[in-house]
Design a protein around this ligand. Structure first.
Ligand SMILES: Nc1ncnc2c1ncn2[C@@H]1O[C@H](COP(=O)(O)OP(=O)(O)OP(=O)(O)O)[C@@H](O)[C@H]1O
Ligand SMILES: [Mg+2]
Length: 374
């Protein structure tokens, strides 16, 4: 990916320079060399990392490497290695490949690099070799004058047991380079990220401070509404924008769809645009699929969490579950369901017995469905 091309081309991007500066300042002050950020889906993590943080880091003289592990979840190791190699491109990467005995002719210039190297690694490197490739690319980075910022988006993929060897190798490699390589881990699953950084048996234990990613709010709405008003005939009031944003669960992606709808169908007015957007983004179809893929115990537990009438582990919670399932539900019914739901990122554990459905819109849908069926 060519980050510098995307940085300035999107007029709708609400820039967050001070947030980017704050992260980089903390690295400069050597307070930490790694941070973990989490926020729910579609809240703007990736956009911030790519369009604000990485360009700001480049300006401060960092080499930058970015990878989104969800897109490469089959081979996160080669994704990390190729992101690091790309930061060195083209010379550093050629050196890495030749050290590994790879034919250098496979490396093509420009944007093709990522794809081709990733393909090469994926096809030809086993786990051992990817750790070797990692060591090699880190050695190349040691030879650079500039420090490096590595951003690992959807980092929770590294928490999978099958990626354990590589994760250990990565941690070891980065640990001894704390002053030259700074790392940001981001992800949408708080639960999994917590496991990664808080469990003593995990490779990244105690390595990065994990904190919520600051969400977009009124300033973002204000920016977007002003920009839209500069183009639209029927202007939108800031309060109308704020109302729509909140109705859309403060989700920037949905708000932008609302703005687009409003611009295209201005004569229909703001209410029509909002209800159209809600109908599409909180679409029944999509939730229906998620719902029917779940077994009855999972569904019943989801209802309990969505309605939050009773604690999932409480006595009244269990009897409510038994009622819904038409058979006696036990504590292990609940814990098995919770384990599955957490594994799929459907549900997050906030505290003892305190759970939340990751997708607030899905929770809403469940509440409506449960109310209609009573
Ligand atoms: N700073 C911003 N300015 C304008 N729009 C934004 C901004 N951040 C996010 N958005 C809008 O929200 C959408 C979702 O953002 P993004 O993909 O960054 O979320 P995310 O938190 O990475 O989600 P996921 O967990 O699903 O990967 C973007 O495609 C964009 O439309
Ligand atoms: Mg993202």
């Amino acid at each position: 990916m060519k980050l510098d091309e995307t940085a300035s081309s999107d007029p709708w991007h609400f820039a967050r320079p001070s947030l980017a500066a704050a992260y980089l300042d903390a690295f400069d002050l050597k307070l930490s060399s790694a941070r973990g950020l989490f926020a729910r889906r579609r809240m703007g993590k990736t956009e911030f990392l790519q369009q604000d943080l990485l360009p700001a880091a480049t300006e401060r003289g960092y080499l930058i490497a970015y990878t989104n592990l969800w897109e490469s979840r089959a081979a996160p190791d080669s994704a990390v290695v190729s992101a690091l190699s790309e930061a060195l491109a083209p010379h550093g990467m050629q050196a890495v490949l030749s050290a590994l005995g790879r034919p250098v002719r496979k490396v093509k210039a420009g944007a093709k690099i990522l794809g081709s190297v990733e393909g090469t690694f994926e096809a030809e490197l086993g786990t051992e070799q990817s750790s070797l490739a990692l060591r090699e690319v880190l050695k190349q980075i040691d030879r650079q004058k500039k420090p490096l910022l590595l951003v690992i988006d959807e980092a929770q993929v590294l928490a999978h047991a099958r990626n354990g060897d590589f994760a250990h190798a990565l941690r070891a490699g980065l640990d001894i380079r704390k002053d030259r390589i700074k790392v940001i881990f981001a992800g949408s699953s708080e639960t999994t990220l917590r496991t990664m950084f808080a469990r003593a048996s995990e490779p990244f234990y105690n390595w990065a401070a994990l904190e919520p990613f600051p969400l977009l709010g009124v300033e973002f709405v204000d920016y977007t509404v002003r920009l839209m008003n500069s183009m639209a005939r029927n202007r939108l009031k800031l309060e109308q924008g704020i109302h729509a944003f909140s109705e859309l669960h403060s989700t920037p992606e949905f708000f932008k769809r609302f703005v687009e709808r409003y611009m295209l169908y201005q004569v229909q007015g703001v209410d029509a645009a909002l209800s159209h957007t809600k109908a599409t983004v909180f679409s029944d179809d999509h939730f229906h699929k998620q719902w029917s893929a779940r077994n009855p115990a999972d569904q019943a537990v989801l209802i309990l969490i969505a309605r939050s009438d009773y604690g999932v582990h409480s006595g009244s919670g269990l009897s409510r579950l038994s009622e819904m399932l038409g058979r006696p539900a036990s504590k292990s019914t609940v814990s098995h369901a919770l384990r599955r739901l957490e594994k799929d990122n459907a549900v997050t554990r906030l505290g003892l017995g305190d759970y939340r459905i990751e997708d607030e819109a899905f929770a809403d849908w469940i509440r409506r469905k449960a109310a209609a069926e009573r």
